[in-house]
Write a protein that binds this ligand. Structure first.
Ligand code: ATP
Ligand code: MG
Length: 337
C-alpha cells in the first residue's frame, strides 16, 4: 500500500556519507512506490544557528544539489522549505501543551547535541523544543514512514507520544503515528570513531569530496590501536575502516575475506586504507560529477524547490484545518461569538 514518507535535513552544511547510508539511500528507493516529501529544515537549523542566518540560507541550495545529485527525483518527490509553511509553527505551539518540560530535558538526542555543541549553559528554549517542532513536521505531512539515522530514535519516540496524547485528549485519529525506517548502517561514525559523522562536528566527508579529500580523511581513520605490526592479529569491531567497507564496498565477499585476513594477522592498516580510498572514490565520483553539473545552473534546483514548497503549503493548510477541527478551534466563519 502506498504510504506517505516525510523526512528532511538541516541546511547546516553539505550532505555527507552518513546521510547517504543512513537516509538518502532509502529515500531513493522509497520514492518509487510511495508518496515522498523531503523537507529542508531551515527553521530547525536556526535553533542553533540563529546568529548565522546567511549560513543556513546558503546551504539550502547546497542540500538541494545533494538531493538531485544522488538521484532523489523531483518527479516522484516533493521538496520543500520548512520556514515557508506557517502551519508547522502553528502546530508546534499546540503540541507544546502535549509534552512536559521535564520530558524535553531528558531527550537523549537533545542532551548529546547540547554537549557536542557546547550549549549546556546557554541553551535556548528554541533548541530545547526542536523535537516538538519535528513532531509537527512529521504529523502535518501525515508521515507514516520516516527514513532516518539512529540518532533520531528518541525524537521519533517523542513524536509518537505527542500523537497518542493528542488523539486521546481530543478523541480523534487525525494524527498518525510514524515508524522510523533504518538502513543497514543507521549510524556512520566519523573518522575518529568517537561520534557520528555530522555536518556540525567538522568530521564529514561530503558527497562531492575530491580524491585528495577522501585520502586525507581515510589516512586519519581510527583502526585498532593494538594492531602495531602488520603480522599482529587485528580487531574489526570498532575499526572505522571496516565499518566504512561494510557500508560502501559492494563486494561483500571481499570484505569478509579482508576481515578474516586482518583478524588472522598479516594485513596492514595502510593496505586496507588504500582499498577503502578506492572504494570511496568509486562511490563518490559519479555523484560529484552530477553535482558539479547541477551547480552550473542553480536556478533549476531552486525552481524545483519553489514548486515543491507551493505543493507542500497546500497539503499543510488542508491538514491544519482538520487538526484545528479536532481541537475545536476551527472557526470557518470568523471569530466565535
Ligand atoms: P547537524 O550536525 O547540523 O545536526 P547532521 O550531520 O546531524 O547535521 P542532520 O541534518 O541533523 O545531519 O540529519 C539529517 C538526517 O541524516 C537524519 O535522518 C539523521 O539521522 C541522518 N544522519 C545524519 N548523520 C548521520 C550519520 N552519521 N549516520 C547515519 N545517518 C545520519
Ligand atoms: Mg543532526
Amino acid at each position: 500500500m502506498k504510504k506517505r514518507i516525510l523526512t528532511g535535513d538541516r541546511p547546516t552544511g553539505q550532505l555527507h556519507l552518513g546521510h547517504y547510508v543512513g537516509s538518502l539511500k532509502n529515500r531513493i528507493s522509497l520514492q518509487k512506490e510511495h508518496e515522498q516529501f523531503v523537507m529542508i529544515a531551515d527553521a530547525q537549523a536556526l535553533t542553533d544557528n540563529y546568529d548565522h542566518p546567511e549560513k543556513v540560507r546558503k546551504n539550502i541550495l547546497e542540500v538541494m544539489l545533494d538531493y538531485l545529485a544522488v538521484g532523489i527525483d523531483p518527479a516522484k518527490t516533493t521538496f520543500f522549505i520548512q520556514s515557508q509553511i506557517p502551519q508547522l509553527f502553528e502546530l508546534t505551539f499546540y503540541f507544546l501543551n502535549m509534552v512536559t518540560y521535564n520530558r524535553l530535558k531528558h531527550n537523549p538526542t537533545v542532551k548529546t547535541e547540547m554537549q557536542q555543541k557546547g550549549l549546556e549553559d546557554n541553551v535556548t528554549a528554541g533548541f530545547m523544543i526542536y523535537p516538538v517542532s519535528q513532531a509537527a513536521d512529521i504529523t502535518l505531512f501525515s508521515g507514516e514512514l520516516v527514513p532516518v539515522g539512529a540518532d533520531q530514535v528518541p525524537i521519533l519516540e517523542q513524536t509518537n507520544e505527542i500523537v497518542r496524547r493528542f488523539n486521546t485528549i481530543y478523541k480523534t485519529d487525525v494524527l498518525k503515528e510514524a515508524t522510523p525506517m533504518f538502513s543497514n548502517c543507521p549510524r556512520l561514525m566519523g573518522p575518529d570513531g568517537k561520534s557520528k559523522m555530522s555536518k556540525s562536528l567538522g568530521n564529514a566527508l561530503t558527497l562531492d569530496a575530491t580524491q585528495s579529500q577522501i585520502e586525507e580523511i581515510v589516512k586519519k581513520m581510527y583502526t585498532d590501536p593494538d594492531h602495531l605490526k602488520v603480522s599482529d592479529p587485528g580487531k574489526v569491531e570498532g575499526n572505522v575502516v571496516f565499518a566504512y567497507l561494510d557500508a560502501f564496498d559492494p563486494d561483500l565477499t571481499r570484505v569478509q575475506d579482508l576481515k578474516a585476513h586482518y583478524q588472522r594477522g598479516g594485513l596492514g592498516d595502510m593496505t586496507i586504507k588504500r582499498h577503502l580510498m578506492q572504494v570511496l572514490e568509486t562511490f563518490i565520483a559519479p555523484i560529484r560529477d552530477r553535482r558539479n553539473q547541477l551547480k552550473e545552473n542553480p536556478q533549476q534546483a531552486l525552481d524545483i524547490l519553489h514548486e515543491g514548497t507551493k505543493n507542500a503549503l497546500r497539503v499543510g493548510m488542508k491538514k491544519m484545518e482538520e487538526i484545528k477541527e479536532a481541537m475545536h478551534i476551527h472557526y470557518p466563519f470568523g471569530v466565535p461569538s
